[in-house]
Design a protein around this ligand. Structure first.
Ligand SMILES: [Fe+2]
Ligand SMILES: [Fe+2]
Length: 330
């Protein structure tokens, strides 16, 4: 039945003794070290399961909430071609949410529970989606920088230890790559346009550059759970490593667009073989995470409204399923 939330919980067997527990943990860690994917039926430490559910549900919520800033521009896309591209991209994001909720359900938590936590304000999603898409150029910048940062993260996730999550990531990365290209292509046409279009492009990048760098999370030194996640291969690369990878790949693309990135400290470091960059404003990050970003309240309200507006669809689907179940039982 639609909306049925009964998920098969992992089988509970008698509590293992501490000696058995140690053996199970050692075998689990050995599988991780040997790059053997962990599957839903395998034994896993409770903290591994919990960390994954938290991370995967946050990831799925980000895909779904991320549809909002872009949806804002669907009716104002400047041509049919742009509208079709944007529509396809937004639909992909909804699909990404569904794949990841499904993968998270294999850990014994229902999609309904995860979505309820988001409606109740108990679950988080990426802070980037609390920034508004103010101009048409923002649609290009979101594709270029936000999807670009997401790919950097997700390629690393696709090589992680939990099988269902990694497999979901492989397909998602292919679609993200289309998202990144469509954004860049949009910006490329603005970069060849009028002075006004060029200014709109520069303004958009000025607003999105720093929040995109924040998408990778706090600096490694301030990221207390990272070491355990790396040991379990939930994370394959640290926040700072991924951020550096993203910056190194993005700077030449910005040069090609003929724009400047809003960081006076950004420069190539020959010795390190990487770009140096300025200090991120972590106070702003904390402010947005705590619910005080420009659009946090608007995003939550739109999400709840969409759920409420869909009540009649869920009721109708449940009534239809019940009717069919009754007919089948006759
Ligand atoms: Fe996505
Ligand atoms: Fe995307």
């Amino acid at each position: 039945m639609y909306g049925d939330t009964s998920i098969q919980k992992p089988m509970k067997i008698a509590e293992p003794t501490s000696e058995e527990q140690a053996k199970l943990e050692a075998r689990f860690q050995q599988m991780v070290d040997d790059d053997i994917k962990i599957e839903p039926q395998d034994w896993m430490p409770d903290a591994y399961r919990k960390t994954l559910v938290r991370q995967m549900s946050q990831h799925a919520h980000s895909e779904v909430i991320g549809m909002q800033p872009e949806g804002n521009w669907l009716t104002r896309a400047p041509s049919l071609r742009r509208k079709v591209i944007l529509l396809a991209k937004i639909q992909d994001e909804g699909g990404h949410g569904l794949y990841i909720y499904s993968a998270a359900e294999t850990l014994g938590t229902s999609r309904e529970d995860m979505c309820k936590a988001l409606r109740d304000g108990k679950a988080k999603y990426s802070s980037i989606f609390n920034y508004p898409a103010l101009t048409w150029a923002d649609i290009g910048t979101i594709g270029w920088l936000v999807d670009g940062a997401a790919i950097t993260n997700q390629v690393a996730l696709s090589k992680g230890s939990y099988g269902p999550y990694c497999r979901a990531m492989i397909r998602i990365c292919k679609e993200e790559s289309f998202h990144q290209r469509q954004g860049y292509e949009l910006l490329l046409s603005l970069s060849k346009g009028t002075a006004e279009q060029k200014a709109m492009l520069q303004d958009s990048v000025n607003r999105f550059w720093w929040p995109s760098l924040m998408m990778f999370g706090p600096n490694d030194a301030d990221s207390p759970h990272s070491a355990q996640s790396m040991k379990w291969k939930i994370k394959k690369k640290s926040n700072d490593q991924l951020r550096q990878e993203f910056i190194d790949a993005t700077v030449p693309q910005a040069e090609f667009l003929g724009i400047t990135l809003p960081d006076p400290d950004l420069k190539w470091n020959e010795e390190r073989g990487h770009y140096d960059y300025g200090e991120i404003d972590w106070e702003e990050f904390a402010h947005v995470i705590k619910g005080n970003g420009p659009c946090n309240k608007q995003r939550a309200a739109a999400y709840i409204k969409a759920h409420e507006d869909g009540t009649w669809v869920r009721e109708a689907a449940n009534a239809y399923a019940a009717k069919h179940a009754a007919q089948a039982a006759e």
